[in-house]
Design a protein around this ligand. Structure first.
Ligand code: UDP
Length: 268
């Protein structure tokens, strides 16, 4: 069964809020949502239509690694909704196509979806993080959104995926948020999506650590300027290896642009 959903296939006849056509950033599709409201509306339409969606927060690191890892590339290709998580992705869209793609960060999108879930009654399941973080995050979310239906949670250090899937399906959740870090969470979702009942699945990385208070979110100035990665690097220098791909990503974007320009000039 092909679970891919996009505006071309299902279009406005089924979805009254059609998804904007994707922008390909180095071969990875990103949906240029104009606002969080539009992104949430697209998810709402899909849930209403009982269609499955796999959402991935796309950042330069994932795109760069997908260029070297065929398996990751295939997983990202299978995603129905790629959101523009990193400022580097916005810059790449501007450089390659002159197109403005607003950021829709994973954590902000998570909070917006949770807010909508608590308003309309979508049931959610939280998978991932340490047992302590998972528990505290649930308590905090429940305090913040008393109407939110958290129908299940499971920490992210398990061996038996089949048992976890049974737990998820038994909970009757509409949405599954997987916080097991990237790309582990994306591999897990892609591998198990057919067996998972919730309509909407999304990898949320370290979001539950932030929700629980275990990790601090980057201060406003870093968020405003899209430089959260710098803050994360300063507060956790061990991440340097992961983040060292950022300049490599920008370099490959520039190289692609220059090559395209050279080809165009040669044809003119
Ligand atoms: N994690 C997990 N299972 C694992 C490995 C990691 O649940 O096998 C959790 C970990 O406890 C943390 C999150 O995944 O809560 C990783 O967060 P990180 O900030 O590294 O994710 P990123 O957003 O950078 O991918």
């Amino acid at each position: 069964m092909n679970l891919k959903l996009n505006a071309e296939e299902y279009g406005p006849e089924i979805f009254s809020t059609p998804m904007p056509g994707p922008v390909s950033i180095m071969g990875v599709n990103v949906i240029p949502f104009e606002s969080y409201e539009q992104a949430v509306a697209c998810v709402a339409e899909r849930i209403k239509a009982k269609k499955k969606s796999f959402c991935v927060a796309i950042n330069p690191e994932k795109i760069y690694r997908a260029g070297m890892n065929e398996e990751l590339k295939t997983v990202l290709e299978r995603a129905d909704i790629g959101i523009c998580d990193g400022v580097g992705v916005s810059i790449a869209a501007r450089v390659l196509y002159g197109q403005r793609v607003s950021r829709c960060t994973g954590i902000d999108f998570f909070y917006r979806l949770i807010e909508r879930a608590s308003n309309v009654g979508w049931k959610i399941f939280l998978l991932g993080a340490s047992p302590q973080v998972s528990e505290t995050a649930c308590i905090k979310l429940q305090q913040q959104y008393p109407m939110l239906q958290i129908v299940g949670r499971q920490h992210g250090y398990f061996n038996d995926s089949a048992a976890v899937i049974e737990q998820i399906n038994h909970s009757g959740a509409d949405m599954l948020f997987v916080a097991m870090g990237s790309p582990r969470q994306e591999f897990w979702i892609a591998e198990n999506q057919k067996a998972i009942d919730p309509y909407f699945c999304m990898g949320v990385g370290g979001t539950l650590d932030v929700v629980s208070g275990n990790t601090k979110r980057a201060p406003y100035l870093f968020r405003r300027t899209g430089t959260e990665f710098l803050y994360r690097l300063i507060s956790d220098p061990k991440r340097w290896r992961r983040q060292s791909v950022l300049p490599l990503f920008m370099f490959s974007v520039l190289r692609k642009k220059i090559n395209a320009q050279i080809r165009m000039n040669a044809q003119a």
